[in-house]
Design a protein around this ligand. Structure first.
Ligand SMILES: Nc1ncnc2c1ncn2[C@@H]1O[C@H](COP(=O)(O)OP(=O)(O)OP(=O)(O)O)[C@@H](O)[C@H]1O
Ligand SMILES: [Mg+2]
Length: 405
């Protein structure tokens, strides 16, 4: 089993998938932009070979270089778990005749307008949305759907350049601020709670399923620095409140022609109970969601993903034992972290429920909270009871304060 894995070492969690591939018996042909000499020996041990490319995001260049590199080798899989490279992997598969999802199928997971058209064509509820390239097109879409609206890039990530728009005057301001966005989606604003639907699929069928709830909704969390965003995986997936969302998720996979690998979908639940599709990627969720899913069941999805992709099997017993919350913290002030108030007390009282505490230590420069949900660090905790897990998360969110100056 020879597997080409694009972006094998960065973002950092990709090293875990590389490990998973090696652990299920694959020979990993890793592609990255770091010099081979800079790779940690413990990571290199998982690689059969490594190709350094100058620019991972230069798709044509990567396709040419990888194709030349593997000439004469029998390659069984070409994969990437990094959103911005899933299309590159699909192009390479088509070029080299390697099994896996087609370029057309992967496009349905990358282009937010195309994905909504395909999901809607399957009879599923999506927000009204239009692809726009000019201010005139945006205004026409606004007239069609009415306010409030959401304006966001067609191939966005991390809620970058994403805005709620409440009036024609708002729209003008947002268009002025997003001139650098080539193609945007103008959408009906869907009010309600926001959840994920995550899977590891084998030939389009989920071998593993997860739901997590965002508290508060991502757009609100990403627009207000004082908030400590929380995401909690839901232990009990058999509750009636989730049934429609889970059914929606499964049907979306069919509508988009999912193959094998991770999916990460977001969906809305309106106050009247209606569920609405949000977006989906054919890759894992970021910001430690895979770690959260692992802590939920005490399993190793880095390895099980590899098994699903290589051997079309899933061996972990995914019994859901915990609700797992991640709490992201943002320091007050700018510059370097100076102190963390409330952490010692929190750990003394609730430390037995904490899986990871990775808050930036005093002396470390703050991270840009707009650029990374990780912000100034995070705490992952878990509890078998949903209410208790969220109460603990709420205490971490409100009673631990980081300062910077
Ligand atoms: N039609 C909509 N109605 C209401 N809110 C929306 C809508 N579209 C997007 N949002 C809000 O904006 C957030 C970001 O949008 P979306 O998930 O489409 O983009 P993204 O940049 O890929 O997000 P991320 O990478 O953070 O998951 C959503 O999580 C949601 O809170
Ligand atoms: Mg999203």
């Amino acid at each position: 089993m020879n597997v080409v894995f694009l972006a094998c070492g960065y973002p950092p969690e990709m090293q875990q998938y590389t490990r998973g591939l090696a652990e299920v018996g694959a020979r990993v042909f890793g592609v990255g932009d770091a010099p081979a000499a800079q790779l940690a020996p413990s990571f290199k041990a998982y690689l059969a070979d490594y190709l350094q490319v100058p620019r991972l995001l230069d798709e044509d260049d990567v396709v040419e270089r990888v194709a030349a590199w593997v000439r004469g080798k029998a390659i069984d899989r070409i994969e990437s778990n990094w959103e911005v490279m899933v299309l590159t992997a699909a192009r390479l598969r088509e070029r080299l005749g390697v099994p896996g999802m087609s370029l057309d199928a992967v496009r349905g997971f990358r282009d937010k307008q195309l994905m909504k058209e395909r999901v809607a064509a399957a009879g599923l509820r999506v927000p009204g949305a239009a692809r726009v390239r000019t201010a005139a097109e945006a205004q026409a879409a606004a007239e069609r759907f009415g306010y409030p609206l959401v304006v966001k890039p067609i191939s966005g990530a991390g809620s970058a350049d994403t805005y709620r728009v409440d009036s024609a005057r708002d729209l003008e301001q947002v268009l002025a601020r997003t001139q650098h966005v080539r193609e945007a989606s103008v959408e009906e604003f869907v009010d309600g709670e926001e959840f994920t639907f995550d899977t590891v699929c084998i030939a389009g069928k989920p071998a593993f399923v997860n739901v997590a709830q965002y508290l508060p909704r991502p757009l609100i969390a990403r627009s207000n620095e004082w908030i400590s965003p929380v995401i909690t995986t839901v232990r009990n997936l058999n509750q009636p409140a989730l049934a429609d969302g889970l059914a929606l998720g499964r049907r979306v996979l069919g509508a988009l022609g999912m193959g094998s690998g991770f999916t990460h979908m977001e969906w809305f639940k309106k106050p009247d109970g209606e569920v609405v599709f949000g977006e989906i990627g054919c890759r894992p969720g970021g910001a430690h969601l895979v770690d959260q899913m692992n802590y939920t069941c005490d399993i190793d999805l880095f390895r099980e993903w590899a098994r699903a992709v290589c051997w079309h099997t899933f061996e972990a017993k995914a019994e859901r034992k915990y609700n797992v919350s991640i709490i992201f913290k943002r320091a007050l002030g700018q510059g370097r972290i100076t102190r963390i108030v409330g952490l010692v007390e929190f750990m003394r009282r609730y430390g037995e429920h904490v899986c990871e505490e990775k808050l930036l230590r005093p002396g470390t420069p703050r991270r840009n909270w707009k650029h990374t949900l990780l912000s100034d660090g995070f705490i992952i905790l878990r509890h078998p009871d949903w209410r208790t897990a969220n109460e603990l998360a709420n205490i971490a969110a409100t009673e631990i304060t980081m300062y910077a100056e």
